[in-house]
Design a protein around this ligand. Structure first.
Ligand SMILES: C[S@@+](CC[C@H](N)C(=O)[O-])C[C@H]1O[C@@H](n2cnc3c(N)ncnc32)[C@H](O)[C@@H]1O
Length: 360
C-alpha cells in the first residue's frame, strides 16, 4: 500500500469520526433528552447517585433508538477500519516489518530498557484485543508502532493537541509539589512518561508496562537529555519489583480502566507499598460521570472498543478501595483535556484520582 493511499484512507476515517463525535453526538443527545422528558422515571434521575438506579431502563430505551444504533454502528466500525480495513494500520505496518524491526533492534541510546521475557502476562490482559487492535498492544513485535499511530486519532477533536493532555496532567501534578523518584505505571510507548522527565527536571523515572513491543518502541524513540533519567522496564503493575518506599510519586495515565477490580486492588496496594510515607499516587483515567447520557455512551464505548473493565471501574467505589488500603487525602476531580474541550461533543470522562500515603 502506498503511503498516500494509506494517509487518505486514515484521513477519511478521522473525518468520519469527527462527524460522529459532533453532529451525530448532538443528534443523539437531543434524542436522549426527548426520551428522558417522556419517561417519568428518567426525569427524576438522581445525578448524585452514581450510577443512577434506573440506568438499565434508560440504556434499554436509548439503545432501541435508531439514532443510537447509527451512532453505535459507526463507532464500532470506524475503529475496526482504523486497524484492520484496506487502509488499516495493521496491514500498513506489516508491509514495513523488516525496516521497523531494525529500528527496534538498535540498543537504545538515551533511555534505559530492561525486558523480562519470562514475565507471565495476566489472562485479563491477553484475552482481549483491546481497542479492537488485533492481538492487542503486546502480542506482535510491531504492536507498539500500531498502537502509537492508533493513539493519534483516538480523540479526533483534539487533533494534534492530544499530546497536550499528557502535558496538562503532568503540569497539574507539578503545581502541587516536586517529585524526585517517579514511577509511571502502564507507560505504553512512553507518551505519558516523557512529560514527567521534561517537567520534573531533577527526577529519576521508572516507567513500566507489560508490553515488550511498546517498551522497545518507547526506548528507541527516547531522545534528548531528559530521557537519560528514564528507565523503561517490563513489569506487571500488580507485582512490582521495587523495594518498599522507593518513590515519592506513583502515577498512571489510562491504565486503571484496563484492569478488572480484583487485580486493580493489587495494583493500588503495590503502589502504596512502593511509595514513601507522604508520597503521592496520581492517576488520570475515566471515572467521574455525573451526566447520565455521558455514562451510557461511555459504557457503550467500552463494549464497542473492547474495553471490558471500563464499566467495572466506573461503578467501583474507588475512594473506598483507596481508603481501605491506607491512602488518605483522596481526591476525585474532573479534568479538562484541552482549553477548548466541550461537553457539546463526544469526550472521555477524564478524571484525576489522587491520594497520599500518610506521612509517619
Ligand atoms: C491505554 S494504554 C496507556 C499508555 C500510556 N500511559 C499513555 O498515556 O499513552 C495502557 C497501557 O497499560 C498497559 N498495562 C495494562 N495492564 C498492565 C499491568 N497490569 N501492568 C503494567 N502495564 C499494564 C498496557 O500494555 C498499555 O500499554
Amino acid at each position: 500500500m502506498q503511503p498516500r493511499e494509506f494517509a487518505a484512507g486514515q484521513e477519511f476515517l478521522v473525518a468520519a469520526k469527527r462527524y460522529w463525535s459532533t453532529t451525530l453526538y448532538r443528534n443523539l443527545r437531543a434524542r436522549f433528552d426527548e426520551l428522558a422528558a417522556s419517561d417519568p422515571s428518567a426525569s427524576t434521575i438522581a445525578a448524585e447517585a452514581s450510577p443512577p438506579p434506573n440506568l438499565p431502563e434508560l440504556a434499554a430505551a436509548l439503545e432501541q433508538d435508531v439514532a443510537y444504533r447509527h451512532f453505535a454502528w459507526l463507532e464500532r466500525h470506524l475503529q475496526k477500519l482504523k486497524y484492520s480495513g484496506p487502509y488499516g494500520l495493521v496491514p500498513y505496518y506489516e508491509e514495513r516489518r523488516q525496516a521497523l524491526l531494525q529500528r527496534l533492534d538498535v540498543p537504545p541510546r538515551h533511555a534505559g530498557l530492561s525486558l523480562d521475557p519470562a514475565l507471565a502476562l495476566p489472562g485479563y490482559y491477553t484475552r482481549v484485543d483491546i481497542h479492537q487492535h488485533p492481538g492487542g498492544v503486546w502480542s506482535d513485535d510491531l504492536a507498539g508502532f500500531v498502537y502509537q499511530a492508533g493513539a493519534q486519532t483516538t480523540t479526533p477533536l483534539l487533533g494534534e493537541s492530544h499530546a497536550t493532555l499528557h502535558d496538562r496532567f503532568t503540569g497539574l501534578i507539578a503545581q502541587r509539589g516536586d517529585s524526585r523518584h517517579i514511577l509511571d505505571l502502564g507507560c505504553g510507548f512512553g507518551k505519558s512518561t516523557h512529560p514527567f522527565a521534561n517537567t520534573f527536571r531533577a527526577a529519576n523515572i521508572d516507567a513500566i508496562d507489560l508490553s515488550a513491543a511498546c517498551l522497545r518502541l518507547a526506548a528507541a524513540d527516547a531522545s534528548g537529555p531528559p530521557a537519560a533519567r528514564i528507565h523503561f522496564r517490563q513489569m506487571d503493575a500488580g507485582r512490582l519489583g521495587f523495594a518498599e518506599a522507593s518513590f515519592d510519586l506513583v502515577t498512571s495515565t489510562m491504565l486503571l480502566h484496563e484492569i478488572p477490580p480484583p487485580p486493580l486492588r493489587q495494583v493500588l496496594e503495590e503502589s502504596f507499598r512502593v511509595l514513601q510515607p507522604g508520597g503521592r499516587a496520581v492517576h488520570l483515567d475515566f471515572y467521574h460521570m455525573p451526566d447520565v447520557f455521558q455514562r451510557l455512551l461511555h459504557y457503550g464505548h467500552a463494549r464497542r472498543n473492547n474495553e471490558p473493565y471500563m464499566q467495572p471501574l466506573a461503578e467501583l467505589d474507588l475512594p473506598a478501595m483507596l481508603r481501605a488500603i491506607g491512602f488518605v487525602d483522596i481526591l476525585i476531580e474532573p479534568f479538562r483535556e484541552a482549553d477548548d474541550a466541550t461537553d457539546d461533543a463526544w469526550r472521555f470522562p477524564w478524571t484525576v484520582i489522587s491520594a497520599r500515603k500518610p506521612a509517619v
